[in-house]
Design a protein around this ligand. Structure first.
Ligand code: CP
Length: 311
């Protein structure tokens, strides 16, 4: 058996079945009680490494908070490209082999699609993918789905508009895969013409029988959806400033757009935002993106707990 077969890695969103999602959501609910009680010591003596080759606020700090809330310790680097031995030419595989000897769990964000799978292939401890380039961000999608379940009462039958940079925005790829587990979901992919949802995501949705439409017209869709999932245009991933300029600034969620949306709809965003949701929207009760970020703590506590128990 390969080393990774007996470990609980989280590498991509397709790995989750509906029953696993429901189990994870129930565990996350229980973690909300753990936090309210001030945390516990169930993973005292265990060590988690956070290895981040790209910038992060929410993902790294919520994972680190989660491990601390469960009694464990954290080591790591927030700028692994500069401050790990990667800068001396060490391969990712060698770095992972070394960290395996120092900790019980690795949370990694990397610039390259597929990096988490490469890490898991040589790791002796669970690897949780905290974002691999323009590929996937599965733990973000899990907290997104958890938020939708809490805010909307479930995921079956919902219509969801995913808006913005759907080509480089890894969260919408992973969220699409998660949503494919639920019944009668309808997705509207709304993007500038130069950053559409990738064919690989559409093929998966076709295989799973998920209904979706592609459009550039947010105004035509905003009034009918349950969830508007806004995203940042990923400036750092564009091949040229000209391509970025073509995509930037086309979709802004502001008070005027909110006035067209349903009273029971919600607005999500994985954050950080860079102008695509106006601050005037923050006070609207339908603006759920800060609650969404908070849910990341509970989901990541549940994932850490699952990974360390499975080891
Ligand atoms: N949503 C998200 O991944 O945020 P960070 O880049 O701050 O981790």
């Amino acid at each position: 058996m390969a080393v990774q077969d007996k470990l609980y890695h989280v590498l991509g969103a397709k790995q989750f079945s509906r029953s696993e999602l429901e189990e994870l959501f129930a565990a996350s609910r229980a973690m909300e009680d753990v936090v309210r009680a001030g945390g516990d010591r169930r993973h005292a003596g265990r060590i988690m490494t956070t290895l981040f080759f790209e910038a992060s606020t929410r993902t790294r700090l919520s994972f680190e908070s989660a491990m601390n809330r469960l009694g464990g310790s954290v080591i790591g680097t927030e700028n692994a490209a500069q401050f790990s031995s990667a800068i001396k030419g060490e391969t990712l595989e060698d770095t992972i082999r070394i960290i395996t000897g120092y900790s019980d769990l690795i949370v990694m964000r990397h610039t390259e699609i597929g990096a988490a799978k490469r890490a898991a292939a040589v790791s002796g401890v669970p690897v949780l993918n905290a974002g691999d380039g323009a590929g996937e961000h599965p733990t973000q999608a899990l907290l997104d789905a958890y938020t939708i379940q809490k805010e909307c009462g479930g995921l079956d039958g919902l219509s969801i508009a995913m808006v913005g940079d759907l080509a480089y925005g890894r969260t919408v790829h992973s969220l699409s895969y998660i949503l494919a587990n639920f019944k009668d979901v309808k997705i509207y992919y709304i993007s500038p013409e130069n950053v559409p949802i990738p064919p690989s995501v559409k093929h998966y949705m076709d295989d799973k029988g998920v209904r979706y439409e592609e459009t550039t017209d947010l105004n035509a869709v905003a009034g009918s959806v349950d969830v508007l999932y806004q995203t940042r245009i990923q400036k750092e991933r564009f091949p040229s400033p000209e391509e970025y300029d073509k995509a930037a600034g086309q979709y802004i969620v502001d008070a005027e757009l909110m006035s067209r949306m349903r009273r029971d709809a919600i607005v999500l965003h994985p954050l950080p935002r860079a102008g695509e949701i106006a601050e005037e929207v923050d006070a609207d009760p339908r603006a759920a993106y800060f609650r969404q970020a908070q849910n990341g703590l509970y989901i990541r506590m549940a994932l850490i707990d699952r990974a360390l128990q499975a080891e």
